[in-house]
Design a protein around this ligand. Structure first.
Ligand code: PHB
Length: 387
C-alpha cells in the first residue's frame, strides 16, 4: 500500500473513532414519561426521585455519560400515550425511554419502542403483554408483571383456608391481570371466585359495589387499586363496616405510599409485594436513609423501581461503553446481571421481567411489615413471549 493511502486510512480511522467518542461523551438523553397529575401522580414522582437518587450516587454520570432529562406528564391517559411517547422519540431523539406507571400507557410505549428500536425500561406498568407477546430485546422491566403479586396473594388466601372470594378492581389491564393471577392460584388451592366487580379507571364511586360485596358475604375480598384511589377504597371499605367481617387482600399497591392517608383503616391488612418497609437489610437501610435525607419522604415500592431502572440502565451502558446503539450487548449484560436492589438482589427472566421474592406483609403502625416470604423467586410465566 502506498504511503498516502495508509495516511488516508489512518486519518479516516481517527475521524471515525473521534465521532464515536463524541457520541458516547455527549449527554445521554433520558425520556421520562410518567404521570405527574391524576390518581397516580405520587407514583410518578416517587419513580423519578428513585431514578435520580441512583444517578446522584454515581456522581451524576452513568458509564461516563452525563444525563439530560426530557419529561412528559402522561396523565395516565392511554389515548394520549402514542403522541406523548412520539414527542420523546421523534422530537427530542431520546436515547432511552423510562415509563410508565399505567399499564395502558406502558403498552403504548412498548409498541413505539419496538417499532423504533428505542431502549425502554418500564419502572412500574405491569401489563403482562410487555414481557409476554410484546417482549423485545430492547424492552426491560424493573418492576413486576400484574400477574405476579396477584398469584402470590392467591396462594396466601387459599392457604388461609378461604373458600370463596369476590374481586373488585378497575376494568383495565392492571386490574384484570391482577385478578387473573389471584384467581389462578386461589382456585388451584381449592378456592372459588364467586363474583368479579369492576368500574372504569379512574372512577372512585365504590359505594354500590361495596353493597354488593356485603350481600354476597364471601370469605374474602381481593382488590387492586393504587395511588390516591387506593387510599379512598381502603377507607371506604372500613367505613362501610366490611373490614371487621370480610378480610380484604390485595397486591401491596393498596397500602404502599398510602399509609399516612389511610390511617387506622389500613391497620392489619395483609398484602403481597416485592418490597416491604421492614426488610432490615444493610442495602435497604442505606437506600431508605439516603432517600429520606434527599427528599424528606419515606421511599415506597415505586421509588425502588425507579432506582432500579437507573441501575439497570447503568449496567447495560457500562457493557457498551455508553454506546446505546449496541442493543444486543446491552441486553446480554442485563440478562446475566444480578441487580443489587433495595428489595433484595434479583435477576431478569428471558422475557426481561424481574424474577423475585414476593413478601407477605401486614400493616402495623403505618408500616408494611414483612412477615414472611409468600412465594420465593417467582417468575412471570411470560405467556406468548417469543424471544
Ligand atoms: C398498572 O397500571 O400497571 C399499575 C398501576 C399502578 C400500580 C400497579 C400497576 O400500583
Amino acid at each position: 500500500m502506498k504511503t498516502f493511502q495508509k495516511t488516508l486510512i489512518a486519518a479516516a480511522a481517527v475521524v471515525l473513532s473521534t465521532a464515536a467518542l463524541a457520541q458516547t461523551q455527549a449527554k445521554l438523553k433520558v425520556g421520562l414519561m410518567l404521570p405527574y397529575t391524576g390518581t397516580y401522580a405520587a407514583l410518578g414522582n416517587a419513580i423519578e426521585n428513585g431514578f435520580r437518587l441512583y444517578v446522584a450516587e454515581q456522581g451524576g454520570k452513568l458509564a461516563g455519560r452525563e444525563l439530560e432529562f426530557f419529561k412528559v406528564d402522561d396523565e395516565s391517559a392511554p389515548p394520549k400515550a402514542t403522541d406523548n411517547v412520539n414527542k420523546l422519540v421523534k422530537r427530542d431523539h431520546v436515547d432511552v425511554l423510562i415509563g410508565s406507571v399505567h399499564s395502558g400507557v406502558a403498552m403504548a410505549m412498548a409498541k413505539v419502542a419496538k417499532d423504533t428500536n428505542t431502549l425502554l425500561i418500564v419502572p412500574n406498568g405491569g401489563a403482562d403483554a410487555i414481557t409476554g407477546p410484546m417482549c423485545a430485546p430492547n424492552i426491560f422491566r424493573s418492576s413486576f408483571s400484574n400477574w405476579q403479586p396477584g398469584f402470590a396473594m392467591g396462594e396466601v388466601a387459599a392457604k388461609k383456608g378461604h373458600k370463596t372470594a369476590v374481586t373488585i378492581t378497575w376494568k383495565y389491564a392492571a386490574g384484570d391481570e391482577s385478578v387473573a393471577g389471584f384467581k389462578e392460584a386461589f382456585e388451584k388451592g381449592g378456592g372459588k371466585i364467586v363474583k368479579q366487580l369492576t368500574l372504569p379507571f379512574p372512577n372512585e364511586e365504590f359505594q354500590v359495589l361495596l353493597t354488593e360485596i356485603a350481600a354476597a358475604k364471601p370469605d374474602a375480598v381481593y382488590t387492586f387499586f393504587a395511588g390516591a384511589s387506593a387510599v379512598k377504597f381502603v377507607k371506604d371499605y372500613a367505613a362501610a363496616g366490611l373490614k371487621k367481617n370480610i378480610p380484604l387482600y390485595g397486591p401491596g399497591f393498596i397500602t404502599d405510599g398510602t399509609l399516612e392517608a389511610q390511617g387506622e383503616s389500613a391497620e392489619g391488612l395483609f398484602t403481597t409485594l416485592h418490597y416491604a418497609d421492614s426488610l432490615n437489610t444493610k442495602r435497604d437501610n442505606e437506600f431508605r436513609l439516603s432517600y429520606a435525607k434527599t427528599y424528606k419522604l419515606q421511599p415506597d415500592v415505586y421509588a425502588v423501581q425507579g432506582y432500579d431502572a437507573a441501575q439497570m440502565l447503568a449496567i447495560g451502558l457500562k457493557a457498551v461503553n455508553g454506546d446505546v446503539s449496541k442493543k444486543a450487548e446491552f441486553a446480554a449484560a442485563l440478562e446475566k446481571a444480578k441487580i443489587d436492589s433495595p428489595r433484595g438482589p434479583f435477576m431478569i427472566s428471558k422475557a426481561h421481567n424481574p424474577v423475585q421474592d414476593f413478601y407477605l406483609r401486614q400493616v402495623s403502625n403505618k408500616e408494611n411489615k414483612m412477615i414472611g416470604i409468600a412465594v420465593k423467586g417467582l417468575a412471570d410465566p411470560a405467556r406468548g413471549c417469543k424471544m
